[in-house]
Design a protein around this ligand. Structure first.
Ligand SMILES: [Mn+2]
Length: 239
């Protein structure tokens, strides 16, 4: 039995049955064996508000609810599913957590974060995020009709894909100074984040930065923390 499993960036879409099944299988066979599951953002490709999206993702909601009977589930919102709210938490029995979240296992601390707030070189992204995630914007969006919400989110997604084509690889990665600034507040801790989809382990003088990768339809990845930290590959054959 492991003490914590950490995943991010599944980007589950309501019409991607294979990936949803992979996640459900992961819940039933792997996550159920752990004390705590941490989902560090972008579990969902888009979240239009609890009132709409809980219905679109019924299978995932049920899988989380079932898993919660055995495993404590902590979920952090990412930039795609930042509208996850209390209704979702109630339906799934998940605990919504803020970023950064400090996890301690066997006297080792880990700073958990989605990771997009560390990408400070991407100024246009940060500006857009400030507008989209402003309480007033959220309020107006959540009080619009279903059709309008879907239209707006589709347009934003298309714009973001277009914008990314003109951005360099470096600009879309984390900024080292921003990472160091964050980690100075947590001496001795290591960092675990997602968002960039650049699965890697970066060993620095003062801390290690573990980056989670995203999930495809037939393969995922996780970090398992027990007496030590391990990388796990999640596939349809996982058992
Ligand atoms: Mn993200």
């Amino acid at each position: 039995m492991s003490q914590a499993l950490i995943i991010a960036d599944l980007h589950l879409a309501a019409d991607e049955a294979d990936k949803t099944l992979l996640f459900i299988k992961f819940c039933q066979e792997r996550a159920v064996m752990t004390d705590q599951l941490f989902i560090l953002g972008d579990l969902f490709n888009v979240w239009l508000g609890d009132d709409l999206s809980i219905n679109y993702y019924q299978k995932v909601v049920l899988a989380l609810k079932t898993l919660s009977l055995k495993t404590k589930i902590f979920i952090m919102a990412g930039n795609r599913d930042f509208l996850l709210g209390g209704g979702f938490a109630k339906q799934t029995n998940c605990i919504l957590i803020d970023t950064p979240y400090l996890l301690e296992v066997n006297n080792q601390q880990y700073v958990l974060t989605h990771g997009d707030e560390l990408c400070t070189d991407d100024k246009a992204y940060q500006r857009l995020k400030n507008v989209l995630q402003h309480p007033i914007t959220k309020f107006i969006f959540l009080h619009s009709g279903a059709k309008l919400r879907l239209k707006i989110s589709t347009q934003l997604r298309q714009k973001s894909i277009k914008a990314q084509q003109h951005k360099s690889y470096e600009i879309m990665d984390v900024n080292t100074a921003t990472v160091n600034q964050l980690m100075q507040k947590y001496p001795g801790a290591n960092l675990i984040h997602g968002h960039t989809h650049r699965l890697d382990t970066h060993i620095n003088d003062d801390f290690t930065r573990y980056v989670l990768g995203d999930w495809s339809n037939n393969q995922g990845n996780a970090i398992e923390i027990n007496h030590q930290l391990n990388r796990l590959e999640i596939s349809t054959a996982v058992n």
